[in-house]
Design a binder for this molecule. Sequence first.
Ligand code: AVJ
Ligand code: FE
Length: 444
Amino acid sequence: MTSLDLTGSESTEANRLRSRVAAELRRSRERSTALTDAVDDDDLVRQHSKLMSPLVWDLAHIGNQEELWLVRDVGGREPVRSDIDELYDAFQHSRASRPSLPLLKPAEARGYVSQVREKVLDVLESTELSGRRLVENAFAFGMIVQHEQQHAETMLATHQLRTGGPVLHAPEPPPAAPLPAREVLVPGGPFTMGTSTEPWALDNEGPAFAVDLAPYWIDAVPVSNGDYLAFIDAGGYDDQRWWSEAGWAHRTAASLRAPRFWERDGDRWLRTRFGVVEPVPPDEPVVHVCFHEAAAYARWAGKRLPTEAEWEKAARWDPASGRSRRFPWGDDDPGPLHANLGQRHLRPAPVGAYPDGESPLGVRQLMGEVWEWCDSDFLPYPGFAAFPYREYSEVFFRGDYKMLRGGSFGTDASAVRGTFRNWDHPIRRQIFAGFRCARDADGS
Ligand code: AVJ
Ligand code: FE
Protein backbone atom coordinates (compact mmCIF):
# COMPACT_ATOMS: atom_id res chain seq x y z
CA MET A 1 0.00 0.00 0.00
CA THR A 2 1.43 3.34 -1.01
CA SER A 3 0.38 6.62 0.48
CA LEU A 4 -1.26 7.36 -2.84
CA ASP A 5 -3.66 4.44 -2.30
CA LEU A 6 -4.43 5.75 1.16
CA THR A 7 -5.24 9.18 -0.24
CA GLY A 8 -7.39 7.44 -2.83
CA SER A 9 -9.44 5.55 -0.25
CA GLU A 10 -9.84 8.63 1.92
CA SER A 11 -11.21 10.61 -0.95
CA THR A 12 -13.50 7.72 -1.88
CA GLU A 13 -15.00 7.91 1.56
CA ALA A 14 -15.30 11.69 1.38
CA ASN A 15 -16.98 11.35 -1.99
CA ARG A 16 -19.40 8.80 -0.62
CA LEU A 17 -20.30 11.29 2.11
CA ARG A 18 -20.66 14.06 -0.49
CA SER A 19 -23.07 11.90 -2.54
CA ARG A 20 -25.10 11.17 0.56
CA VAL A 21 -25.28 14.86 1.44
CA ALA A 22 -26.25 15.79 -2.13
CA ALA A 23 -29.01 13.14 -2.10
CA GLU A 24 -30.35 14.39 1.25
CA LEU A 25 -30.29 18.00 0.04
CA ARG A 26 -32.17 16.94 -3.09
CA ARG A 27 -34.75 14.99 -1.08
CA SER A 28 -35.42 17.89 1.28
CA ARG A 29 -35.80 20.31 -1.64
CA GLU A 30 -38.20 17.97 -3.43
CA ARG A 31 -40.37 18.03 -0.33
CA SER A 32 -40.28 21.83 0.13
CA THR A 33 -41.06 22.23 -3.56
CA ALA A 34 -44.00 19.82 -3.40
CA LEU A 35 -45.41 21.60 -0.34
CA THR A 36 -45.16 25.03 -1.97
CA ASP A 37 -46.18 23.99 -5.52
CA ALA A 38 -49.37 22.41 -4.15
CA VAL A 39 -51.06 25.82 -3.76
CA ASP A 40 -51.30 29.01 -5.82
CA ASP A 41 -49.36 32.24 -5.22
CA ASP A 42 -52.18 33.88 -3.30
CA ASP A 43 -52.22 30.93 -0.94
CA LEU A 44 -48.41 31.04 -0.56
CA VAL A 45 -48.35 34.64 0.66
CA ARG A 46 -51.45 34.37 2.87
CA GLN A 47 -51.41 33.75 6.57
CA HIS A 48 -53.44 30.65 7.29
CA SER A 49 -53.09 31.03 11.05
CA LYS A 50 -51.48 33.60 13.35
CA LEU A 51 -49.42 30.67 14.66
CA MET A 52 -47.73 30.16 11.32
CA SER A 53 -45.68 32.05 8.75
CA PRO A 54 -46.87 32.39 5.18
CA LEU A 55 -45.50 29.40 3.25
CA VAL A 56 -43.42 31.74 1.11
CA TRP A 57 -41.61 32.97 4.25
CA ASP A 58 -40.64 29.40 5.22
CA LEU A 59 -39.34 28.78 1.70
CA ALA A 60 -37.08 31.84 1.56
CA HIS A 61 -36.02 31.32 5.21
CA ILE A 62 -34.87 27.81 4.27
CA GLY A 63 -32.74 29.33 1.51
CA ASN A 64 -31.43 32.10 3.74
CA GLN A 65 -30.25 29.69 6.47
CA GLU A 66 -28.61 27.60 3.76
CA GLU A 67 -26.90 30.70 2.40
CA LEU A 68 -25.70 31.88 5.84
CA TRP A 69 -24.17 28.56 6.84
CA LEU A 70 -23.12 26.85 3.64
CA VAL A 71 -22.47 29.61 1.09
CA ARG A 72 -20.98 32.25 3.39
CA ASP A 73 -19.57 30.41 6.42
CA VAL A 74 -18.51 26.99 5.12
CA GLY A 75 -17.90 28.16 1.54
CA GLY A 76 -16.47 31.57 2.35
CA ARG A 77 -18.29 32.87 -0.74
CA GLU A 78 -19.83 36.24 -1.46
CA PRO A 79 -23.44 36.65 -0.27
CA VAL A 80 -26.21 35.78 -2.74
CA ARG A 81 -28.54 38.34 -1.13
CA SER A 82 -27.23 40.02 2.02
CA ASP A 83 -30.09 42.54 1.94
CA ILE A 84 -32.75 40.05 3.03
CA ASP A 85 -31.09 38.44 6.07
CA GLU A 86 -33.13 40.53 8.48
CA LEU A 87 -36.47 39.62 6.87
CA TYR A 88 -35.81 35.93 7.31
CA ASP A 89 -34.30 36.06 10.80
CA ALA A 90 -36.87 34.22 12.92
CA PHE A 91 -35.90 36.31 15.96
CA GLN A 92 -36.56 39.68 14.27
CA HIS A 93 -40.21 39.23 13.38
CA SER A 94 -42.99 37.19 14.99
CA ARG A 95 -44.81 34.68 12.80
CA ALA A 96 -47.95 36.84 13.09
CA SER A 97 -46.16 39.89 11.67
CA ARG A 98 -44.42 38.16 8.76
CA PRO A 99 -47.17 38.57 6.12
CA SER A 100 -46.84 42.38 6.32
CA LEU A 101 -43.08 42.35 5.60
CA PRO A 102 -41.73 43.15 2.12
CA LEU A 103 -41.05 39.44 1.53
CA LEU A 104 -39.72 37.97 -1.70
CA LYS A 105 -42.63 37.15 -4.00
CA PRO A 106 -43.19 33.44 -4.70
CA ALA A 107 -41.25 33.50 -8.00
CA GLU A 108 -38.39 35.46 -6.38
CA ALA A 109 -38.28 33.09 -3.41
CA ARG A 110 -38.12 30.08 -5.74
CA GLY A 111 -35.36 31.72 -7.75
CA TYR A 112 -33.46 32.60 -4.59
CA VAL A 113 -33.48 29.11 -3.09
CA SER A 114 -32.36 27.61 -6.42
CA GLN A 115 -29.53 30.10 -6.74
CA VAL A 116 -28.35 29.33 -3.20
CA ARG A 117 -28.59 25.60 -3.81
CA GLU A 118 -26.50 25.81 -6.97
CA LYS A 119 -23.69 27.49 -5.03
CA VAL A 120 -24.03 25.02 -2.17
CA LEU A 121 -23.54 22.04 -4.48
CA ASP A 122 -20.38 23.71 -5.70
CA VAL A 123 -19.23 24.36 -2.13
CA LEU A 124 -19.92 20.71 -1.30
CA GLU A 125 -17.66 19.57 -4.15
CA SER A 126 -14.80 21.83 -3.17
CA THR A 127 -14.90 21.63 0.65
CA GLU A 128 -12.73 19.21 2.56
CA LEU A 129 -15.09 17.54 5.02
CA SER A 130 -12.64 17.49 7.90
CA GLY A 131 -10.53 19.81 10.01
CA ARG A 132 -13.06 22.38 11.15
CA ARG A 133 -15.72 21.03 13.52
CA LEU A 134 -18.42 22.70 11.44
CA VAL A 135 -17.58 20.55 8.40
CA GLU A 136 -16.39 17.37 10.17
CA ASN A 137 -18.64 14.54 8.88
CA ALA A 138 -20.40 17.24 6.80
CA PHE A 139 -22.12 18.43 9.99
CA ALA A 140 -23.17 21.87 8.67
CA PHE A 141 -24.71 20.22 5.60
CA GLY A 142 -26.56 17.76 7.82
CA MET A 143 -27.76 20.62 10.00
CA ILE A 144 -29.13 22.43 6.93
CA VAL A 145 -30.83 19.28 5.63
CA GLN A 146 -32.51 18.90 9.02
CA HIS A 147 -33.41 22.60 9.10
CA GLU A 148 -35.17 22.33 5.73
CA GLN A 149 -36.99 19.17 6.83
CA GLN A 150 -38.04 20.83 10.12
CA HIS A 151 -39.54 23.69 8.15
CA ALA A 152 -41.15 21.20 5.76
CA GLU A 153 -42.98 19.76 8.77
CA THR A 154 -43.92 23.29 9.82
CA MET A 155 -45.25 23.88 6.29
CA LEU A 156 -47.21 20.63 6.55
CA ALA A 157 -48.78 21.98 9.75
CA THR A 158 -49.67 25.16 7.82
CA HIS A 159 -51.34 22.95 5.19
CA GLN A 160 -53.39 21.35 7.96
CA LEU A 161 -54.50 24.83 9.08
CA ARG A 162 -55.48 26.14 5.66
CA THR A 163 -59.11 25.98 4.57
CA GLY A 164 -60.29 24.49 1.29
CA GLY A 165 -60.21 21.09 -0.31
CA PRO A 166 -57.37 18.57 -0.25
CA VAL A 167 -54.25 19.41 -2.29
CA LEU A 168 -51.87 16.84 -0.78
CA HIS A 169 -52.17 13.13 -1.45
CA ALA A 170 -50.48 10.00 -0.10
CA PRO A 171 -51.24 6.29 0.24
CA GLU A 172 -52.82 4.90 3.41
CA PRO A 173 -50.50 3.76 6.21
CA PRO A 174 -50.09 0.04 7.04
CA PRO A 175 -52.59 -1.73 9.33
CA ALA A 176 -52.18 -2.75 12.97
CA ALA A 177 -50.41 -6.00 13.84
CA PRO A 178 -51.23 -8.09 16.95
CA LEU A 179 -49.92 -6.47 20.12
CA PRO A 180 -48.84 -8.83 22.92
CA ALA A 181 -49.37 -6.31 25.74
CA ARG A 182 -50.77 -2.79 26.19
CA GLU A 183 -48.11 -1.87 28.76
CA VAL A 184 -44.44 -2.74 29.11
CA LEU A 185 -42.38 -2.85 32.33
CA VAL A 186 -39.06 -1.03 32.08
CA PRO A 187 -36.71 -2.32 34.79
CA GLY A 188 -35.00 0.20 37.07
CA GLY A 189 -31.32 1.04 36.71
CA PRO A 190 -29.03 3.24 34.69
CA PHE A 191 -29.02 3.84 30.94
CA THR A 192 -27.12 6.19 28.66
CA MET A 193 -29.18 9.21 27.61
CA GLY A 194 -28.18 11.56 24.79
CA THR A 195 -25.27 11.11 22.41
CA SER A 196 -21.66 12.15 22.00
CA THR A 197 -21.13 10.18 18.77
CA GLU A 198 -24.12 10.68 16.45
CA PRO A 199 -22.49 12.77 13.67
CA TRP A 200 -25.52 14.90 12.76
CA ALA A 201 -27.00 15.21 16.27
CA LEU A 202 -27.85 18.80 17.17
CA ASP A 203 -26.27 20.48 20.17
CA ASN A 204 -29.03 19.81 22.73
CA GLU A 205 -28.77 16.01 22.21
CA GLY A 206 -25.45 15.78 24.02
CA PRO A 207 -23.22 15.03 25.67
CA ALA A 208 -24.20 11.44 26.55
CA PHE A 209 -24.64 10.84 30.28
CA ALA A 210 -25.89 8.15 32.64
CA VAL A 211 -29.40 8.41 34.09
CA ASP A 212 -30.60 6.06 36.82
CA LEU A 213 -34.36 5.50 36.73
CA ALA A 214 -36.77 3.71 39.07
CA PRO A 215 -38.78 0.94 37.34
CA TYR A 216 -41.88 2.11 35.46
CA TRP A 217 -44.60 0.91 33.13
CA ILE A 218 -45.02 2.57 29.77
CA ASP A 219 -47.81 2.13 27.20
CA ALA A 220 -46.77 -0.14 24.32
CA VAL A 221 -48.56 2.22 21.88
CA PRO A 222 -49.68 5.85 21.80
CA VAL A 223 -53.09 6.79 23.23
CA SER A 224 -55.70 6.33 20.49
CA ASN A 225 -58.65 8.48 19.46
CA GLY A 226 -60.92 5.79 20.91
CA ASP A 227 -59.10 5.92 24.25
CA TYR A 228 -59.28 9.70 24.20
CA LEU A 229 -63.00 9.68 23.36
CA ALA A 230 -63.65 7.74 26.56
CA PHE A 231 -62.05 10.63 28.46
CA ILE A 232 -64.24 13.14 26.62
CA ASP A 233 -67.38 11.02 27.17
CA ALA A 234 -66.54 10.67 30.87
CA GLY A 235 -66.65 14.46 31.16
CA GLY A 236 -62.88 14.78 31.42
CA TYR A 237 -62.85 18.30 30.01
CA ASP A 238 -65.29 19.45 32.71
CA ASP A 239 -63.65 17.84 35.73
CA GLN A 240 -60.99 20.04 37.27
CA ARG A 241 -59.56 17.07 39.24
CA TRP A 242 -57.70 15.82 36.18
CA TRP A 243 -56.10 19.13 35.25
CA SER A 244 -53.11 21.00 36.60
CA GLU A 245 -53.74 24.56 37.68
CA ALA A 246 -52.20 25.97 34.50
CA GLY A 247 -53.97 23.32 32.43
CA TRP A 248 -57.39 24.12 33.87
CA ALA A 249 -56.82 27.86 33.39
CA HIS A 250 -55.94 27.24 29.75
CA ARG A 251 -58.77 24.77 29.16
CA THR A 252 -61.17 27.41 30.49
CA ALA A 253 -59.71 30.42 28.67
CA ALA A 254 -59.47 28.55 25.35
CA SER A 255 -62.78 26.64 25.85
CA LEU A 256 -61.09 23.32 25.05
CA ARG A 257 -63.48 20.39 24.66
CA ALA A 258 -61.85 18.09 22.10
CA PRO A 259 -58.63 17.84 20.07
CA ARG A 260 -58.08 20.62 17.56
CA PHE A 261 -59.73 19.96 14.15
CA TRP A 262 -62.48 17.81 15.73
CA GLU A 263 -66.10 18.84 15.48
CA ARG A 264 -69.22 17.29 16.90
CA ASP A 265 -71.76 15.98 14.36
CA GLY A 266 -74.86 14.73 16.18
CA ASP A 267 -73.66 11.77 18.23
CA ARG A 268 -70.34 11.35 16.48
CA TRP A 269 -67.12 13.29 16.01
CA LEU A 270 -65.72 14.38 12.67
CA ARG A 271 -62.28 15.73 12.01
CA THR A 272 -60.70 17.73 9.22
CA ARG A 273 -57.42 16.33 7.94
CA PHE A 274 -55.65 18.19 5.12
CA GLY A 275 -58.97 19.32 3.69
CA VAL A 276 -60.81 15.99 4.13
CA VAL A 277 -63.70 15.83 6.60
CA GLU A 278 -64.06 12.31 7.99
CA PRO A 279 -65.28 10.43 11.06
CA VAL A 280 -62.60 10.28 13.76
CA PRO A 281 -60.91 6.85 13.38
CA PRO A 282 -60.92 5.23 16.82
CA ASP A 283 -57.79 3.10 16.40
CA GLU A 284 -55.44 5.88 15.30
CA PRO A 285 -53.13 7.73 17.75
CA VAL A 286 -54.78 10.93 18.94
CA VAL A 287 -53.13 14.01 17.45
CA HIS A 288 -53.48 17.80 17.85
CA VAL A 289 -53.77 17.77 21.63
CA CYS A 290 -51.76 20.12 23.84
CA PHE A 291 -49.56 19.10 26.77
CA HIS A 292 -52.32 20.05 29.24
CA GLU A 293 -54.87 17.79 27.54
CA ALA A 294 -52.36 14.93 27.46
CA ALA A 295 -51.56 15.35 31.16
CA ALA A 296 -55.28 15.55 32.08
CA TYR A 297 -56.05 12.37 30.14
CA ALA A 298 -53.17 10.57 31.83
CA ARG A 299 -54.35 11.54 35.29
CA TRP A 300 -57.93 10.50 34.48
CA ALA A 301 -56.56 7.13 33.32
CA GLY A 302 -54.73 6.68 36.65
CA LYS A 303 -51.39 7.23 34.93
CA ARG A 304 -49.04 10.09 34.06
CA LEU A 305 -46.94 11.24 31.14
CA PRO A 306 -43.44 9.74 30.94
CA THR A 307 -40.52 11.98 31.66
CA GLU A 308 -38.20 12.63 28.76
CA ALA A 309 -35.64 10.22 30.28
CA GLU A 310 -38.30 7.52 30.64
CA TRP A 311 -39.33 7.98 27.02
CA GLU A 312 -35.74 7.72 25.83
CA LYS A 313 -34.91 4.66 27.93
CA ALA A 314 -38.01 2.89 26.57
CA ALA A 315 -36.93 3.85 23.05
CA ARG A 316 -33.19 3.10 23.18
CA TRP A 317 -32.19 0.84 26.03
CA ASP A 318 -31.27 -2.70 25.05
CA PRO A 319 -31.51 -4.98 28.10
CA ALA A 320 -29.34 -7.65 26.42
CA SER A 321 -26.31 -5.44 25.86
CA GLY A 322 -27.03 -2.64 28.32
CA ARG A 323 -26.29 -0.08 25.63
CA SER A 324 -28.51 2.58 24.11
CA ARG A 325 -29.46 2.13 20.45
CA ARG A 326 -29.81 4.89 17.86
CA PHE A 327 -33.43 3.84 17.25
CA PRO A 328 -35.86 1.43 18.96
CA TRP A 329 -35.18 -1.28 16.34
CA GLY A 330 -31.40 -0.92 16.40
CA ASP A 331 -28.76 1.25 14.80
CA ASP A 332 -30.01 1.16 11.18
CA ASP A 333 -31.45 4.34 9.70
CA PRO A 334 -35.27 4.31 9.53
CA GLY A 335 -36.77 2.32 6.67
CA PRO A 336 -40.42 2.13 5.55
CA LEU A 337 -41.09 -0.94 7.71
CA HIS A 338 -39.70 0.69 10.88
CA ALA A 339 -41.78 3.82 11.27
CA ASN A 340 -44.36 6.16 9.77
CA LEU A 341 -42.07 9.09 8.94
CA GLY A 342 -41.41 11.56 6.15
CA GLN A 343 -44.96 12.40 5.09
CA ARG A 344 -45.09 9.04 3.27
CA HIS A 345 -48.64 8.92 4.66
CA LEU A 346 -50.78 11.88 5.60
CA ARG A 347 -51.93 10.43 8.90
CA PRO A 348 -50.70 8.26 11.77
CA ALA A 349 -51.03 4.49 11.33
CA PRO A 350 -53.39 2.59 13.66
CA VAL A 351 -52.01 1.72 17.08
CA GLY A 352 -50.11 -1.58 16.87
CA ALA A 353 -48.71 -0.94 13.37
CA TYR A 354 -45.00 -1.20 12.54
CA PRO A 355 -44.11 -4.32 14.58
CA ASP A 356 -40.64 -4.23 12.92
CA GLY A 357 -40.00 -0.87 14.57
CA GLU A 358 -40.61 -1.90 18.17
CA SER A 359 -38.02 -1.58 20.93
CA PRO A 360 -36.34 -4.61 22.54
CA LEU A 361 -38.87 -4.39 25.39
CA GLY A 362 -41.78 -4.34 22.92
CA VAL A 363 -42.70 -0.65 22.88
CA ARG A 364 -44.14 0.27 19.50
CA GLN A 365 -44.49 3.40 17.34
CA LEU A 366 -42.04 5.47 19.35
CA MET A 367 -40.62 6.94 16.15
CA GLY A 368 -43.03 8.58 13.72
CA GLU A 369 -46.85 8.68 14.00
CA VAL A 370 -47.17 11.57 16.50
CA TRP A 371 -44.70 13.63 18.54
CA GLU A 372 -45.14 12.49 22.12
CA TRP A 373 -45.51 15.00 24.94
CA CYS A 374 -43.24 14.26 27.89
CA ASP A 375 -43.51 15.68 31.38
CA SER A 376 -40.14 17.46 31.26
CA ASP A 377 -39.04 21.02 30.62
CA PHE A 378 -36.53 21.92 27.93
CA LEU A 379 -33.23 22.04 29.83
CA PRO A 380 -29.62 21.40 28.79
CA TYR A 381 -27.94 18.09 29.59
CA PRO A 382 -24.94 18.29 31.96
CA GLY A 383 -21.98 19.64 30.00
CA PHE A 384 -24.12 21.15 27.21
CA ALA A 385 -22.29 23.51 24.88
CA ALA A 386 -24.11 25.52 22.22
CA PHE A 387 -22.99 24.60 18.69
CA PRO A 388 -22.84 26.13 16.20
CA TYR A 389 -25.27 28.87 17.28
CA ARG A 390 -27.05 29.75 20.54
CA GLU A 391 -30.36 30.40 18.82
CA TYR A 392 -30.99 26.75 17.95
CA SER A 393 -31.40 25.56 21.57
CA GLU A 394 -29.81 27.66 24.26
CA VAL A 395 -32.09 30.68 24.07
CA PHE A 396 -35.08 28.37 24.67
CA PHE A 397 -33.82 26.77 27.88
CA ARG A 398 -35.81 27.65 31.01
CA GLY A 399 -38.64 29.05 28.95
CA ASP A 400 -42.17 27.72 29.14
CA TYR A 401 -41.47 24.68 26.95
CA LYS A 402 -42.37 21.00 27.27
CA MET A 403 -40.56 18.19 25.51
CA LEU A 404 -41.78 16.28 22.49
CA ARG A 405 -40.11 13.04 21.38
CA GLY A 406 -40.03 10.57 18.51
CA GLY A 407 -41.24 12.56 15.51
CA SER A 408 -44.55 12.43 13.64
CA PHE A 409 -45.74 11.08 10.28
CA GLY A 410 -44.67 14.51 9.01
CA THR A 411 -41.09 14.33 10.32
CA ASP A 412 -38.38 13.28 7.93
CA ALA A 413 -36.09 10.39 8.93
CA SER A 414 -33.08 12.71 8.66
CA ALA A 415 -34.57 15.05 11.26
CA VAL A 416 -35.28 12.62 14.11
CA ARG A 417 -33.40 10.03 16.18
CA GLY A 418 -33.76 8.23 19.49
CA THR A 419 -31.91 11.17 21.01
CA PHE A 420 -33.69 13.96 19.09
CA ARG A 421 -35.28 16.60 21.31
CA ASN A 422 -38.19 18.77 20.19
CA TRP A 423 -40.02 21.31 22.34
CA ASP A 424 -43.00 23.62 22.26
CA HIS A 425 -45.29 25.65 24.48
CA PRO A 426 -47.60 23.39 26.53
CA ILE A 427 -50.69 24.97 24.93
CA ARG A 428 -49.76 24.28 21.29
CA ARG A 429 -52.06 22.01 19.27
CA GLN A 430 -51.35 22.74 15.62
CA ILE A 431 -48.26 20.50 15.72
CA PHE A 432 -48.64 16.76 15.07
CA ALA A 433 -48.48 15.88 18.76
CA GLY A 434 -50.09 13.11 20.79
CA PHE A 435 -48.78 11.09 23.73
CA ARG A 436 -48.51 7.79 25.53
CA CYS A 437 -48.86 7.21 29.29
CA ALA A 438 -46.58 5.78 31.96
CA ARG A 439 -46.91 4.88 35.63
CA ASP A 440 -44.63 4.02 38.52
CA ALA A 441 -43.97 0.29 38.86
CA ASP A 442 -44.59 0.32 42.60
CA GLY A 443 -48.26 0.96 41.82
CA SER A 444 -48.44 4.55 43.02
C1 AVJ B 1 -36.78 22.39 17.07
C2 AVJ B 1 -38.82 22.34 15.87
C3 AVJ B 1 -38.64 23.65 17.86
O1 AVJ B 1 -39.23 24.87 14.35
O2 AVJ B 1 -38.96 26.19 16.03
C4 AVJ B 1 -36.28 25.69 12.79
C5 AVJ B 1 -36.57 24.02 14.70
N1 AVJ B 1 -35.07 26.03 14.54
N2 AVJ B 1 -35.56 26.77 12.58
C6 AVJ B 1 -38.63 25.22 15.36
C7 AVJ B 1 -35.99 25.23 14.02
C8 AVJ B 1 -34.80 27.00 13.64
C9 AVJ B 1 -37.45 24.40 15.86
N3 AVJ B 1 -37.90 23.20 16.65
FE1 FE C 1 -35.66 28.04 10.89
